[in-house]
Design a protein around this ligand. Structure first.
Ligand code: XMP
Length: 532
């Protein structure tokens, strides 16, 4: 492999400006469940948007120079003592403001319109009617359905605001200030149950804030290429590949930026699904010709896991061995200075890592497959501004195949937590074959993308069966398929009977040692997605 073949073709860097795009919309978070969703919806309009604390200092807001500000909803009441409030100077900035639900109430109250508990609380889908024409509602029909979720409401508009839309119980479902570019929506345009919600947010950021829409994954690549090259200089970057979407996209992006200065490490822990190691090798080793280090650590992992049945113990061992193996391989790569990781924007927000962002939210999360800070590298996190759907779009733009982009998430401890009880190579192979059949049948029936996670589980249960003239006493495989938004809650997915039948027949006919297939019809909570 020569350096010429490894260097990717790049557009000239001089014409590009490093850093973030110019157009920025801020979403101030007042504790809403849907604050991240607002930011995602704005980004769908090709406008860059950042989630910030509700009490961000006015000086900092001026410095960020947003083209618009959106005030999110929130669980508090604006008239309570201690209710979260923004710096009132935001209303004097002259920057367009859109208040949503609680955000509308606090904007109205700050400008003189009283808010109190409504006569009727509105929850769920509600018919809404436009009462005054306004560019905010361009392309929205006179009557449409909105998603409401409020007990409080603005009682009267005084002489400051005009009503733009109304529902039966809420005469001020949408409002506009007479003289300032300040708008309010009592309903939630960010949720899909609100008809034309995306269009409405689009009109706000484009028509009212005047954003052109300079946020796209191709412009992101251009900016990142410049940034990454400047940051890395002539050093070497190590990237741990897991086969998942995030690490694959990080590697493809870095490869585009620094080509032969990138080294990828892929650890084969013997707990992977069928074809996974090959897919990584083909894509990164053959196609991109990255300096790819595939470490065959199967024996070491399986040796350390022998006779371990406790799931948390399995996780601990896998985490420790992974760090050990990764560290050794990284040390063998000379001049490595940086370590690239696939941290995403929600991780940054939820961990409270952004000084402008909202406070950290405590979220139980699994920590296997992570690398400790003390490995001694400087961290590079090129996806830390992106939501998952943007990472997928970026991956496609970088030429990664659909199968990699849409791959269901796979836990760090891999098949170890789907092979219940103690693990051995034979049981893992049984599970691997059964799992491949589940995935193959879902793909063939067009269901793979309808569910967010699907897999087989090998149970530590033998039962009696009959095959030909023989009695068998063999293993049981469970099939799991779930639909979920955030993996914190999940619904079991009703795979059609004919697909289940094909899965069951293929498994019992072709996977040796399995004579029974069961279907998991439990949601989370009370179950979890994984069985261990
Ligand atoms: P549960 O089973 O808790 O899973 O409902 C929620 C999501 O987390 C994944 N998961 C893990 N991911 N290491 C990981 O990297 C782990 O130990 C782990 N355990 C569960 C699971 O696959 C699902 O997507």
């Amino acid at each position: 492999m020569t350096h010429e073949t490894m260097t990717p073709s790049l557009k000239p860097a001089q014409s590009l400006e490093a850093g973030r795009p110019h157009e920025l919309v801020l979403v101030m978070d007042f504790g809403s469940q849907t604050a991240q969703l607002i930011a995602r919806r704005v980004r769908e309009q090709n406008v860059y948007c950042q989630l910030v604390r509700h009490d961000l200092a006015i000086e900092r807001i001026r410095q960020l120079n947003p083209k618009g500000i959106i005030l999110s909803g929130g669980p508090a009441s604006v008239y309570e003592t201690g209710a979260p409030l923004p710096d009132p100077a935001i209303f004097e900035l002259g920057v367009p403001i859109l208040g949503i639900c609680y955000g509308m109430q606090l904007a109205c109250r700050a400008l003189g319109s009283p808010v109190s508990p409504g006569q009727v609380r509105e929850f769920g889908k509600t018919p809404c009617c436009l009462v005054t024409a306004n560019p905010l509602f361009a392309g929205v029909p006179q009557e449409f359905t909105v998603w409401m979720s409020h007990g409080d409401q603005v009682q009267n508009l005084g002489d400051q605001f005009t009503a733009l839309a109304a529902t039966e119980d809420c005469p001020f479902a949408a409002v506009k200030h007479h003289t300032r570019p300040i708008y309010g929506l009592q309903f939630h345009p960010e949720v899909t149950h609100t008809e034309h919600g995306g269009k409405l947010l689009g009109s706000f950021v484009k028509t009212i804030c005047g954003c052109r829409g300079d946020w796209s994954m191709s412009s992101f690549i251009e900016r990142q290429v410049v940034d990454l090259r400047a940051r890395v200089g002539t050093s070497r970057v190590i990237c741990g590949l897991s086969g998942g979407v995030d690490s694959s996209v990080v590697a493809a992006l870095l490869y585009r930026a620094i080509g032969s200065q990138l080294s990828c490490i892929f650890v084969d822990n013997g707990l992977l699904r069928s074809g996974e190691a090959e897919a990584v090798r083909t894509r990164f080793g053959d196609h991109f010709q990255v300096d790819l280090h595939v470490v065959d650590a199967r024996e070491q992992f399986l040796r350390e896991l022998a006779d371990v049945a406790d799931p948390q113990q399995k996780r601990k061992i896998i985490g420790r061995v992974f760090i050990d193996v990764f560290r050794k391989e990284a040390e063998s790569i000379p001049d490595a200075r940086f370590l690239a990781q696939g941290t995403l924007y929600p991780d940054v927000i939820e961990s409270g890592a952004d000084p402008d962002g909202p406070a950290a939210t405590i979220k139980a999360h699994h920590n296997v497959g992570g690398l400790p800070a003390e490995l001694g590298f400087e961290l590079i996190e090129p996806l830390r501004d992106l939501f998952k759907d943007e990472v997928r779009a970026l991956g496609l733009e970088l030429g990664l195949p659909d199968a990699m982009i849409w791959r269901h998430p796979f836990p760090g401890p891999g098949l170890a937590v789907r092979c219940l009880g103690a693990i051995c190579p034979a049981r893992l192979e049984t599970l691997r074959q059964a799992d491949a059949i589940v995935i193959d049948e879902l793909r063939k029936s067009g269901l793979y993308r309808k569910v967010q996670q699907a897999f087989a589980v090998l149970l530590p249960v033998q039962s009696v069966g009959v095959m030909g003239d023989f009695r068998t006493y063999d293993d049981t495989v469970a099939v799991r398929a779930v639909q979920t938004e955030d993996f914190m809650t999940a619904d079991w997915y009703p795979i059609p009977y004919d697909v289940l039948q094909r899965i069951s027949t293929r498994i019992t006919n072709t996977v040796r040692g399995v004579n029974r297939v069961v279907y998991d019809i439990s949601s989370k909570p009370p179950s979890t997605i994984e069985w261990e």
